[in-house]
Ligand binder design. Structure first.
Ligand code: DGY
Length: 326
């Protein structure tokens, strides 16, 4: 393979550089913890053949038109809402991504947030740090139990399926889901039932978002959805912050239209430290760490590097979003 210049937009696991260099690529890697600016990314990408980027990079139509020479773009994530896919497709640029790499890791965070929220864990831990651990309190800060409850999943795909299995196994939860298409595997393996979105929010005790961010799912958890939920329900979001409307979520929690919320994703990210959600008793927030395990991140690095290498060696992209380009 002729020596191709690959730009890595962030500090990715070393495996990415190792695989690309072994395959004969020249790797140009950003070496600072914070992402580079849009302008820096554009100017660096102009001098490279391939781009390995992630969700903090804005790969919009202006960027793509300025860098239409790129042979391939691959995303260090399963979600790719930061990339104008239809523009890349028109320009003939294949876009790769990392499906399945973080199924277990992200479902663990959803499952963990569900329990942490149900038992107010983050708030109670903060009380200790604030020196407010009084005596054992027979009636204080009581939480919820999950055994036999109903889990409602929006977007029962790869990650949602792992979350559903965990909830079924641990708590024998009944599974409802809402997807564009039905999921026969979930129906036969877990007895999951497809319902419309209104039924999903009205009948679930735990609602967990695992959908992609699209024009249809943006703000789907808004006042109207929260108003339909049970006052004892938990809202868990490990998908994208923009699928919930933050003002409506805060109001729903204040009014008691829902009981609690566990969020690994916020809108915007990073969340400001004075955000009211951070001091609410029934809310647990994490800084988008769904895929942050050694196993998942290495797999994401391997998939991205493999996409680039096999594009140059065989003209194929094994994990591709816009197959029509090839
Ligand atoms: C993804 O993969 O889309 C996560 O949000 C980051 O790993």
């Amino acid at each position: 393979m002729a020596r191709k210049k690959v730009l890595l937009s962030r500090i990715f696991p070393k495996l990415a550089t190792q695989l690309l260099e072994e395959a004969g690529c020249e790797v140009i890697a950003w070496d600072k913890e914070q992402p580079m600016s849009y302008e820096e990314l554009t100017s660096k990408a102009k001098n490279c053949d391939a781009l390995f980027c992630t969700l903090t990079d804005k790969i919009d139509s202006t960027f793509l038109n300025a860098c239409s020479h790129l042979d391939i773009i691959t995303q260090f994530a399963v979600g790719y809402d930061n990339i104008a896919i239809e523009v890349a497709t028109k320009l003939g640029i294949p876009v790769g991504y990392a499906p399945n790499a973080m199924n277990e890791a992200t479902a663990d965070i959803a499952f963990g947030l569900m329990i942490a929220t149900a038992r107010k864990m983050f708030f109670m831990n903060q009380k200790i740090k604030d020196g407010k651990w009084g005596s054992f309190d027979p009636v204080g800060h009581l939480g919820l139990e999950l055994k036999g409850k109903t889990l409602g999943i929006l977007g029962l795909g790869r990650i949602g399926m792992v979350m559903a299995k965990k909830c079924k196994g641990a708590y024998d939860m009944k599974i409802l889901y809402h997807n564009r298409n039905s999921n026969p595997e979930a129906e036969s393996e877990l007895g999951a039932t497809w319902v419309d979105f209104e039924t999903l929010v009205a009948e679930s005790d735990v609602i967990s978002a695992h959908c992609a961010l699209t024009p249809e799912t943006k703000d789907i958890f808004n006042k109207s959805a929260f108003d339909k939920m049970k006052p004892t329900s938990l809202f868990i979001n490990t998908a994208r912050g923009a699928v919930h409307n933050e003002t409506d979520l805060i109001n729903a929690l204040k009014k008691g239209s829902i009981w609690g919320a566990g969020l690994d994703v916020t809108n915007p990210e990073p969340m400001k430290p004075d955000n009211p959600l951070l001091t609410m008793e029934n809310v647990c927030v994490l800084p988008h760490i769904g895929s942050a395990t050694i196993t998942a991140r290495n797999e994401m690095a391997r998939m991205g590097a493999t996409n680039i290498i096999s594009f140059y060696k065989q003209g194929t992209v094994p994990y591709i979003v816009n197959l029509e380009v090839l």
